[in-house]
Design a binder for this molecule. Structure first.
Ligand code: ATP
Ligand code: MG
Length: 721
């Protein structure tokens, strides 16, 4: 049974009530973190259903992640008592519903396949093999980006024109393609179509296409979706915006909420201007502001305000506390990453001793590789934890591969053999492995022994099996006494494994390997006499056999991006170092402001207590590690330092930050190229600058091989030629 209107409006302030009860027309809520936007949005859903009598199936409620969609569904179910919760989904999830109903309009079956990155890579592999391309032509990562770019940011209708093409026509385009990027692009469209596959981008593009081409279908959906509500509107991108415009075109009841200070997806095409200019796009729109924060203590809010106040391109607004004073925000600078992790474990111990549950504690970080040190300490200290949105460190592909190489050197076991014999590619594919398996079964030996004995067989002609054997041989003997960290580095180098990752452009995987080497090194310096390879392998096996994640009373670990919209009683924001957070990939002033917004999102997740930590020591490349500029941004009077930083450290860090900011500024002020300049782009090839769009910070380039001119951001590299 439903809840009455008093209950629905209970626990809402004046602005929230207005947001809930203003059901008709265009409504925009702009408000800070923790001000009750999402609460208002879900109450509004219940209000529409319980008070106005709208069927849940006539409401579309868009969230940013699947996780928040799930939570919202639960909340709506509790509020309305109805099992039918309507369309509560991400944009992509909603498009799946549209296509399941109407994909016949593009001659796709209901049982189309939604493709993920590994599916896309498998298709790329086929294309590369068919057309003799190598990763030197384009890495898979770049190819995926290029495909996305050609599907998204090109002339609006360019990709949509390909949607109705027949399989034969796509095949023809693929066969006719000459440049690597055309071959890959059309080859991919052909492969996709062959299996009725749709990637994430297609889900939205195909839905848009169907709505544009079929008035009946468009009207059906427009009429069905009487009310549309969108959370986290600051991160909407151009395609999603177009979709929204179409969907609200009939009833014109659109409710959006967002916070410009929490825009963290511009790198993926999000544009905060859709939120800021909403009143220009829909002049009849009503805007509601919410000022109070209900989530965090005043201490946490002052720190967050102090940080975000450093951003230049923003509309000033402070988060006003409603909760009573709490604990001060703690800041800890450890000597090493291990010491930082140990400190966090110690604080967790203190919290749980005072009655906090592990599940109330969340650790946030900028990048996945940070978890390794934490995981090691947590396992040692028996702190239960679960990693969200990411694979546990020792379960990651490249870590397993690297350890398999070590195990291959130590044991030559079949599991390791199967994992790495053909990684990187040595032409030891399925057929040859089957040959070895047969031989090994008949002769009761390991696969590796089988390979050694049959190496002269014809079947291994044209393979790199012999090199593989000499690699394993050279590492399986005469290595006693050599530090394991050295063996690991050497084997990753000589096997070509690292080179493979470099050519694939897998920087994150390389970072993880660097982190693994660091962990081996630490193991060696701490274990004294018994530091053999076998010992080490047994030691790490403990880490890699982690149980499948479950969410009972455990400390949560996740990236800041994954924590968007969520809240936790106790938050540790760790790895607050230059080069980690802000990420060392940050290469523009706007990028730096986005990093700062990301740090702001992280801090504003905390309800009762916030701990900020970083570590000294060195980076992968040997440079000294400095405290994050985001710590230095905060008024020190607002922080409780565990101990005074080393003499001179802050001054050194400031020098370093000033220097790197100067580089960013020089980059930003780089003069645009002159109109008429011939240029070369890594994906689109040669062309000529026909215009400069200063507002968009982009060159408009007419490429030789592409019909319409394209806008290319100043940030992208255009070589003069
Ligand atoms: P974010 O920008 O981080 O997504 P938000 O604006 O969506 O934040 P909510 O998650 O809706 O904020 O609310 C933050 C917290 O405050 C929640 O725990 C919510 O239950 C609580 N809250 C919201 N409104 C009120 C209110 N009027 N009175 C008391 N508590 C409230
Ligand atoms: Mg929210």
């Amino acid at each position: 049974g439903g809840i009455c209107v008093e209950d629905l409006l209970h626990g809402l302030n004046e602005a929230q009530r207005e947001a809930v009860t203003t059901t008709e027309g265009f409504v925009r809520v702009i408000a800070g973190a923790g001000s009750g936007k999402t609460r208002a949005l879900s109450r509004r859903f219940a209000y529409l259903v319980n008070e106005i009598g709208i069927l849940p199936g006539n409401i579309l409620c868009v969230t940013f992640t699947n996780k928040s969609a799930g939570e919202m569904r639960q909340r709506i179910h509790n509020l309305t008592g109805d099992n039918d919760t309507g369309y509560i989904n991400t944009f992509h999830g909603f498009c799946v519903s549209v296509l399941q109903e109407d994909s016949h309009a593009v001659q796709y079956p209901k049982s189309f396949l939604v493709l993920d990155n590994s599916d896309i890579d498998a298709m790329l592999k086929i294309i590369y093999e068919e057309r003799g391309l190598t990763l030197r032509n384009m890495t898979f990562g770049k190819a995926r980006d290029m495909i996305e770019l050609r599907k998204t940011f090109t002339e609006k209708d360019y990709y949509l024109d390909m949607i109705p093409m027949s399989l034969a026509a796509l095949k023809q385009k693929y066969d006719d393609a000459v440049s690597a990027s055309d071959i890959i692009f059309y080859g991919y469209l052909y492969q996709e179509r062959k299996c009725f596959g749709l990637d994430y981008n297609d889900l939205i593009n195909f839905s848009l296409y169907i709505f544009r081409q079929n008035e009946d279908i468009r009207l059906k959906w427009q009429k069905r979706l009487e009310y549309i509500m969108i959370d986290e509107f600051q991160d909407i991108d151009a395609l999603q915006y177009q979709l929204m415009e179409v969907l609200c075109g009939h009833h014109k009841n659109l409710f959006i909420v967002g916070d410009p200070d929490q825009t963290i997806y511009t790198w993926r095409g999000a544009d905060v201007r859709y939120l800021l200019d909403f009143d220009k796009a829909f002049p009849q729109a009503k805007t509601i502001l919410m000022m109070q924060n209900y989530r965090s203590t005043p201490q946490i809010l002052s720190v967050a305000n102090s940080l975000i106040g450093r951003n230049r391109s923003r509309i000033k607004k402070d988060l006003l506390p409603t909760l009573p004073a709490g604990a001060p925000v703690v800041c800890h600078h450890a000597d090493t990453a291990q010491a930082e992790a140990a400190w966090i474990a110690e604080q967790i111990g203190a919290l749980t001793a005072r009655g906090a549950a592990c599940r109330e504690i969340t650790i946030l970080y900028r990048a996945h590789y940070i978890t390794r040190t934490l995981e090691e300490v947590f396992i040692k200290e028996k702190i239960p934890y679960v990693i969200y949105s990411g694979i546990q460190f020792f379960g990651r592909m490249e870590i397993k591969d690297a350890l398999s190489y070590l195990r291959m050197a130590a044991y030559q076991d079949d599991l390791s053999f199967l994992r790495i014999a053909n990684t990187p590619r040595r032409n030891l594919g399925q057929r040859r492995i089957e040959f070895l398996q047969e031989y090994a079964a008949q002769n009761q030996c390991s696969l590796y022994t089988a390979l050694r004995r049959t190496i002269d067989h014809d079947v291994f002609k044209g393979t790199k099996a012999a090199q593989f054997i000499s690699l394993v041989e050279s590492f399986s003997s005469g290595q006693e006494g050599r530090p394991i960290s050295e063996v690991l580095s050497a084997i990753l180098n000589e096997s070509g494994y690292e080179k493979m990752l470099r050519t694939e452009g897998s920087q994150e995987r390389l970072d993880n390997l660097a982190e693994l080497k660091q962990s081996v090194y630490e193991y060696e310096t701490s274990c004294g006499e018994e530091c053999t390879m076998e010992h080490y392998l047994a030691h790490v096996a403990l880490f890699s056999n982690g149980d499948a994640a479950d969410i009972r009373d455990k400390v949560k670990l996740m990236t800041v991006h994954a924590a968007k919209g969520l809240e936790f009683p106790y938050v540790f924001l760790c790895g607050m170092n230059e080069g980690i957070f802000p990420s060392r990939k940050t290469n523009s002033l706007e990028g730096m402001e986005e990093e700062r917004r990301l740090a702001f999102v992280a801090m504003t997740r905390a309800e009762k207590a916030l701990y900020l930590s970083g570590a000294g020591g060195r980076n992968f490349d040997g440079s000294p590690r400095y405290p994050s500029r985001f710590l230095l941004d905060i008024d020190p009077a607002l922080l409780s330092f565990t101990k005074p930083p080393r003499e001179g450290l802050i001054a050194e860090a400031r020098d370093y930050i000033a220097l790197s900011s100067r580089w960013l500024k020089e980059d930003a002020q780089r003069q645009p190229l002159a109109v008429g300049q011939r240029v070369k782009h890594s994906i689109f090839g040669c062309g000529v600058v026909v215009d400069v769009d200063a507002a968009k910070a982009a060159h408009i380039v007419q490429f030789d091989k592409i019909g319409t001119p394209r806008a290319i951001s100043f940030r992208a590299k255009l070589d003069k030629c």
